[in-house]
Design a binder for this molecule. Structure first.
Ligand SMILES: O=c1ccc(O)c[nH]1
Ligand SMILES: [Fe+2]
Length: 350
């Protein structure tokens, strides 16, 4: 259902308020020609209503000749900002950046965050933004789980489909996404509602089974058959099954970069307003499908880059693969059992 421009601006005002934007703050809106102009102007309106100093940084689009598809997560690392130090300085000068262009998984994003600037990504369709307008309850729910993940030293994931995956934790921080950027140096994404970390280098081991109904991003497909990924010493060593396994193998091999097989962020979904079914109602070019990454009780694993936490793997191929009906154990204690979130006690932060 279409969202009016007035409602979009009101939602942005709420999200920027939650992000601590006020008359003491400067806000840079980062855009390129492919940004959703409605989102750009709603963010501008909202920041002005909150009496912040606002400006726009517009960059010419960047297209890598190897990039395929329109999904903004399909080609990571190099962005329209890469190499443009003057524009990066202009963004670092702001207290907050509203990113309508997509800097995620780029080293430049980390450099901007290190300057204390906070960044909020907002590229989903307005109807998705509206359905998952962030709340403080979202933050409470995700932050309550962060403590469990932050203190955990191991993750074990199993499923009836045959997944049996282990990784040591602790080398990298737990990262939360609850939909607004309210702390200096914080990156967040509206919409979201999930958390993750990265396996300690070289420790991800075992098998992950993509079962019927699981989701592959950026393909934006629901699996219709089983695909088995074998993982050894932090890297996928084999992908087998039927046609979908062959498709995934060929897609990843296309990048001719061993780093694409590295296991990237691993975590689980905590957004009750995100729906597993939503992706089937959108076109492939309608955003990046945050419903799939955030739906309550998923186990989201991914492949490729780890620059977001200071790692050295800056590879352009990033698969986000949310699995249903998995059980996730931290230090052998369950946080998700067959797709149901069982810890921490959610009754306090529903
Ligand atoms: O919000 C996001 C979106 C994509 C991704 O890879 C991580 N988090
Ligand atoms: Fe990802």
């Amino acid at each position: 259902m279409p969202v009016s421009n007035s409602e979009l601006a009101q939602m942005f005002e709420e999200v920027l308020r939650l992000s601590k934007v006020d008359e003491t703050q400067s806000v840079a809106i980062l855009k390129s020609h492919y940004s959703n102009e409605r989102i750009v102007s709603a963010a501008m309106d909202a920041a002005q209503r909150l009496k912040a100093q606002v400006y726009i940084v517009e960059l010419p689009a960047f297209n890598h000749p190897k990039a395929m598809g329109a999904d903004l997560t399909a080609y990571c690392g190099d962005t329209p900002l890469t190499g443009n130090l003057a524009a990066q300085r202009a963004l670092e000068a702001a207290d907050m950046v509203v990113d309508t262009m997509m800097l995620l998984h780029s080293p430049e994003q980390e450099q901007i965050l290190k300057s204390g600037t906070r960044i909020l990504l907002a590229v989903e369709p307005p109807e998705v933004l509206a359905r998952m307008l962030p709340t403080e309850a979202d933050k409470l729910r995700v932050e309550a789980s962060k403590e469990l993940l932050q203190s955990a030293r191991s993750m074990h994931v199993t499923s009836k489909a045959g997944s049996d995956f282990r990784a040591s934790l602790g080398q990298y921080p737990a990262v939360t996404e609850y939909g607004y950027a309210d702390e200096p140096g914080r990156w967040d994404h509206w919409p979201s509602g999930f958390l993750f970390s990265w396996p300690n280098e070289g420790t991800a081991e075992g098998k992950l089974v993509i079962d019927v109904g699981d989701i592959l991003l950026p393909f934006k497909t629901y699996a219709r058959e089983k695909t088995v990924l074998e993982i050894e010493k932090g890297f996928i060593t084999s992908i087998h099954g039927g046609f979908e396994a062959e498709y995934l193998r060929d897609y990843m091999a296309y990048f001719k970069d061993e780093e694409v097989y590295g296991i990237s962020h691993i975590g689980w979904g905590l957004q009750p307003r995100a729906q597993w079914t939503a992706m089937g109602l959108y076109d492939k070019n309608d955003g990046m499908c945050m419903d799939a990454r955030a739906f309550y009780g998923n186990f989201l694993f991914s492949t490729g880059p780890n620059t977001e936490v200071g790692g050295s793997r800056k590879t352009p191929c990033h698969m986000d693969i949310p699995l249903r009906k998995c059980s996730v154990y931290l230090d052998d204690k369950p946080v998700v059992v067959e797709g149901d979130v069982v810890a921490p006690d959610m009754s306090i932060v529903k």
